[in-house]
Design a protein around this ligand. Sequence first.
Ligand code: C2O
Ligand code: CU
Ligand code: CU
Length: 506
Amino acid sequence: MHRRGFLAAGLATILSGSRALAQMKMDGMSDMDSMPGMGGHAGHDMGAMSNGPAALPEGEALRELPMLANEAGQPGLFKARLTAAPATARFAADQDTPILAYNGMSPGPLIEAHEGDRVEIAFANRIEGEQSTIHWHGMPVPADQDGNPMDPVAAGAERAYAFELPEGSAGSYWYHPHPHGKTAEQVYRGLAGAFVVKAKADPVPAAYGDTVLMFTDLRLAADGSMPDNTMIDQMNGRVGDHVLVNGQKNPRLAVAMGSKRRLRLYNATNARFLRLAFDGAAMTIIGTDGGLLEKPVAAEEIMLSPAERIELVVAFDRPGAATLTTLDYDRGWMGAGRPADAGLTLLTVDVSQTPGEAMPPLPERLRPIAPLGRPAVSRRLVFTETMAMNATGMEMGFLINGKAFDMERVDIVARAGETELWEIVNQADMDHPFHVHGTQFQVIEHERDGKVSKPPYLAWKDTVNVARGETVRLLLRQERPGPRMYHCHILEHEQLGMMGIVDVQA
Ligand code: C2O
Ligand code: CU
Ligand code: CU
């Protein structure tokens, strides 16, 4: 099904600031009646995002994500199976929630492999009536192994994914489905997992541990089910009622006073922007999407837009509770029901009264990052949202350079091994986190209201937020040939057209 845009019928327009919001319905949707807020009853789903969020238990001990077992039994090879299938989860007491899961769990099992390994994953799609894929978000894998929408795995079918992890590729990646028109839904129903590539020689002391914290965003109806997306969700991206960490709401973690912990934070939500601070503990940024920084950077707060990751070392030097909380962030919201962003406690760390064993210090240098250098080509990608009148009503589109995604169209032809400058221009009313497949890039400049600023540190990234009215300039080089997707990682926007294809030629 093509969901290039959607129609606003009847112009039941509500004004929100300078923006107009209309009661809309999907263009060409056959399952319209099953979607709340699609059929009529203007206002029904406009404010309240669900019929009263269910209460979720808080304060359970933080679960480490279960690891995907390596079945290879030989060094240098990681071999396993991942099956996407319906499952049930227990979020609220006494209620089973139907979800989609990898190997029965959501988030999916943690994959941990090493630089230099070969990875072979047999994937089975057991989602009835839906295509799926596994996309290896951020990873340097060949184009035909990257789970693009052009390579769907039919319902009931299997396929093998295989790739090598090059030297220097250690980082915090993830995996999720990417089928045409179904990515947003399969992800919010539960399909996403972390993929950590470990370095051969890791400069971060092992005593800090290594904990993945994967944030997802759950909306639960009173009966324990996950409601379908509403029109508001299609426009803004789906934001849930509960931000979960490794599937739990505000879990607790006990640490000894004076300890340092290495934490990998993942924003695996469809559309929630997470501006975070630790109350009672000091944060140091040590890595981003594509691995370690050159040197640690102290931070008062961090910002994770959808799909971004950040690696932290957190020092717990004060006894008592240290909490990871959200701060307010205005990412541009269309219509009613802007979710409360600030003041959510995502994680509570209980720091002991008595000090633990002394921890080794964090080294001053982590690894070198070579700047990508002079670009051979420069390109400009302009993000817009449009609302246009046509015969049936108002049509909204999420566009790049005036075009909605077309799987049959190549938007950019690039050359493998050549450095390019990409200028991402956001002329829309919402922030759009830009992501490109197959490589990591380096952000070199932000521009807003004619003011140019440099990022605070050099880093490897595969996703960067482009705030409304902002221009982000980045350097990127694709090493491997083949078609690659680039898109907004608000998955509903990706689905509604904000995606393109760069064909990398050898
Ligand atoms: Cu998480 Cu096309 O990507
Ligand atoms: Cu990706
Ligand atoms: Cu977007």
